[in-house]
Design a protein around this ligand. Structure first.
Ligand code: ZN
Length: 766
């Protein structure tokens, strides 16, 4: 039974097994066929490059997709050493180091050595041959008052008097305005307040005074000095004297001044360039290499009238000599004298004289560029920069920034050298050679490497002046960097003990408390003008940029600049003994800077918030249409098209940000794809044809207004043309500009949208 049973069973078993075998073979074939077909179908339809694809990518070392280590952030922030910043500043301010001089070249070589010693992978000294401007040191500039016989009744001092031994060095250039043409002119003086468009208009509409054929006296402040010269020149003035009024550079108390306090003494004068172009004047648009073609004719942005800067000790003598009507309240500064329009002197037949020997000279200027090579994406560059050239000692501008950058590069370089860390992307430290002459160092470099930077640059983090006051952080920047800026400032301890005692423990807290942004629950960041080296990165490449500094509280002190700005008194003593005892504000700025550099160079997904970008674009659109909406509509411009384009962009950004939340950070191709979209969105606003009439200003949204080089502006192309129309300046021609530029704006807004749409669905059908 058992056997039979077993045999039966056996038979059954054998049969069943052979049937099973057949099933398995058939099943295997079916599975294979199905798998094959499904495989084809997947290959055909399912590998659509949506960014939420979650397929693991095999064979890719996992550590290369590891996100940034928060421990590194602490190491970098805590590594910043205030004593070392102080030592750097002492070294940097030993001698004057004006752009194009041997002393500035020497500092460049020292910086190169410093970077090589501190772990940077590659350092170069990059020369550019550029046209700068200097006074004739054996025949100095001055301003003079002459009586009716031509006798000198008052002559300005040729140099600023020495107040501490620190200023007593060779190589100090006396006050001058770079790129002023040389000249020896005489005429009556007309006072024009700040020399802005509205000041001239006030004069034209409310007085019989004309600046035509006259010498203009204007106080520094409110707008870029070059724009003051231009406004005077286009109205026919023959020369211009710029001065610092105590109203704009002191708290009203003119007794406590340098070397006892940080206020400008009457003898201090603000040097500065009055060139309103940017970069080397002889090689516009191209790098000033040895073999570059150089223009012969004068540049259209060059001032055509002699210009000289003086302190209020001299300005008061000039003002006292003037006759004419008394100026309105808001034209009066704080000099102890009656402010008059002038157009005549108290004494008949008197004249003012401006004597200028300043001349242009082609010299070599050096940028120092140092790279830390990225571990995973060496072809993505986070740029960190500051200029090196100073009008004299430049203890604040720019050496407070350079001293801080040196410390930051040491901390990063040493950590890399130790083998503990290497950032995912490359960091490039930049020390620019001749910023004070019109961003010459940075522009030549950006022109030299435009193609590379357009493809590979991530962001540019500028600190020109690290410390110009000790109340709060102040920042200029484009919106994609706001997130990183806020996050970094929240991590940095507050350097001010009074603020800490008031419950504000971080740099962010004081900043927010001082400059809350209306409508947003965060501190205000203003759009940058062209005041420093961030401008070419924005204008030519369209990469996000910031400029940060510690500053005074603008709500409490109405200063036009920090008092000692561009004077001989910007010394190490001023910083060390008066402005930042212990260098804790320098350190705080350096900590924000280093943390931002870490986030941008090390986080797997770039920390850009595109919603911040569209918020700013929406605000700008509102502000443009508030001012000019009716005028545009009355002239057949369909403003709803602009509103619609902005709305569409905002909606696409919202979808993009949602997808970004779920992106697979372990897939290097997906990561590269979204990072490229983030890197390219702002570049959509770059138009190589430039803004109307401004060939080298390519950013159609965030470029400054054409009447003030310092200030950011909303839709600069439209608002400039519309402002001219409102002022009755060439209206027919300007309407053509408006109609054309309006359509260009619709186009770039749509381009931005294309950048962040799905990469296989970026086109439009009509
Ligand atoms: Zn500067």
């Amino acid at each position: 039974m058992e056997e039979l049973h077993s045999s039966t069973e056996n038979v059954y078993y054998r049969r069943s097994q052979s049937r099973n075998n057949r099933c398995i073979i058939i099943l295997t074939i079916v599975v294979a066929i199905v798998a094959f077909v499904v495989g084809i179908l997947i290959g055909r339809y399912a590998t659509c490059p949506e960014m939420e694809t979650n397929d693991p990518v095999h064979g890719f070392p996992e550590e290369l997709m590891k996100d940034a280590d928060p421990e590194i952030s602490k190491l970098l922030i805590n590594g910043m050493n205030s004593d070392k910043i102080r030592q750097n500043l002492k070294m940097l301010t030993e001698k004057p180091h004006l752009g194009g001089t041997d002393e500035n070249h020497e500092l460049g070589r020292k910086l190169k050595e410093f970077w090589e010693e501190n772990g940077l992978d590659h350092v170069v000294l990059a020369p550019y041959k550029v046209q700068l401007s200097y006074p004739n040191m054996s025949n100095l500039n001055y301003v003079e008052l002459l009586d009716d016989q031509g006798n000198s009744m008052y002559k300005s001092n040729l140099t600023e008097p020495i107040l501490t031994p620190e200023e007593n060095k060779t190589g100090v250039v006396p006050p001058f305005n770079a790129y002023s043409p040389p000249g020896d002119i005489q005429g009556v003086i007309v006072y024009v307040n700040y020399g802005r468009v509205e000041d001239h208009e006030y004069l034209e509409q409310n007085t019989s005074v004309s600046v035509k054929g006259k010498i203009v006296l204007a106080r520094y402040g409110k707008i870029f000095r070059g724009d003051k010269v231009k406004q005077a020149e286009i109205r026919g003035a023959i020369g211009i004297i710029l001065y610092s009024d105590p109203d704009d550079i002191t708290a009203g108390d003119v007794d406590k001044v340098y070397p006892n306090d940080w206020w400008l003494p009457p003898s201090g004068a603000q040097r500065g360039s009055i060139y309103i172009g940017v970069g080397d004047p002889l090689t516009p648009g191209y790098p000033a290499t040895e073999w570059a073609y150089r223009k012969r004719d004068p540049n259209e942005y060059m001032p055509g009238i002699p210009c000289h800067p003086v302190g209020y000790g001299i300005a008061i003598e000039l003002m006292r000599s003037l006759a004419g009507g008394v100026v309105p309240e808001d034209w009066r500064g704080k000099m102890n004298v009656t402010y008059r329009f002038g157009d005549a002197f108290q004494n008949q037949g008197w004249k003012a004289r401006i004597f200028i020997t300043t001349h242009s000279k082609v010299v070599t200027t050096y940028n120092v560029m140092g790279i830390i090579r990225g571990a995973v994406e060496p072809d993505r560059y986070v740029l960190v920069g500051n200029h090196r050239d100073a009008w004299v000692f430049g203890a604040l501008d720019p050496s407070s920034g350079t001293a801080t950058m040196m410390e930051m590069s040491r901390v990063i370089g040493q950590l890399v050298k130790s083998g503990k860390w290497r950032p995912r992307r490359s960091i490039i430290f930049c020390s620019w050679g001749a910023e004070e002459y019109g961003l010459v160092g940075s522009i030549e470099w950006v022109e030299h490497y435009t193609k590379i930077l357009q493809a590979r640059a991530v962001a540019y983090l500028n600190v020109d002046i690290a410390v110009e006051g000790n109340s709060t952080l102040r920042a200029l920047g484009t919106p994609l960097l706001y997130r990183s800026l806020y996050s970094a400032t929240k991590k940095v301890p507050n350097p001010n003990s009074t603020e800490v005692a008031a419950g504000r423990s971080t740099v962010y807290d004081t900043w927010y408390n001082t400059y809350p942004w209306q409508g947003y629950h965060r501190p205000e960041v203003k759009l940058p003008g062209s005041g420093s080296d961030y401008a070419p990165f924005r204008d030519r490449i369209g990469i996000p940029c910031v400029d940060i500094r510690y500053s005074w509280n603008k709500n409490k002190l109405k200063l036009s600049s920090y008092p000692m700005y561009h004077s001989v008194y910007e010394t190490f003593y001023l910083v060390d003994r008066i402005m930042d005892i212990g260098f804790k504000y320098h350190t705080a700025v350096g900590q924000v800077w280093i943390e931002m550099a870490r986030q941008l160079s090390d986080e797997v997904i770039l920390p850009f918030n595109v919603t911040d970008l569209t918020n700013v674009i929406e605000d700008q659109t509102d502000s443009l249409l508030d001012r000019f909406g009716q005028l545009l509509s009355d002239n057949q411009v369909d403003i709803d098209l602009l509103r619609g384009a902005v709305k569409n962009l905002t909606n696409t950004v919202e979808r993009f940000e949602n997808k970004l939340e779920e992106v697979d950070k372990t897939n290097p191709y997906v990561v590269r794809q979204v990072n490229d979209q983030l890197m390219n969105i702002e570049k959509a606003f770059i138009d190589p044809n430039g803004l109307p009439g401004r060939k080298y200003k390519h950013h159609l949204l965030f470029t400054e207004s054409s009447v003030d080089n310092y200030a950011g502006s909303s839709y600069p192309g439209l608002s400039d043309a519309l402002t001219r129309i409102v002022h009755g300046d060439n209206a027919t021609q300007q309407w053509e500009v408006v109609h054309k530029h309006f359509s260009v704006l619709l186009f770039v807004l749509q381009s931005a949208q294309s950048v962040i749409r799905d990469v296989s669905n970026f086109m439009y059908s009509y």
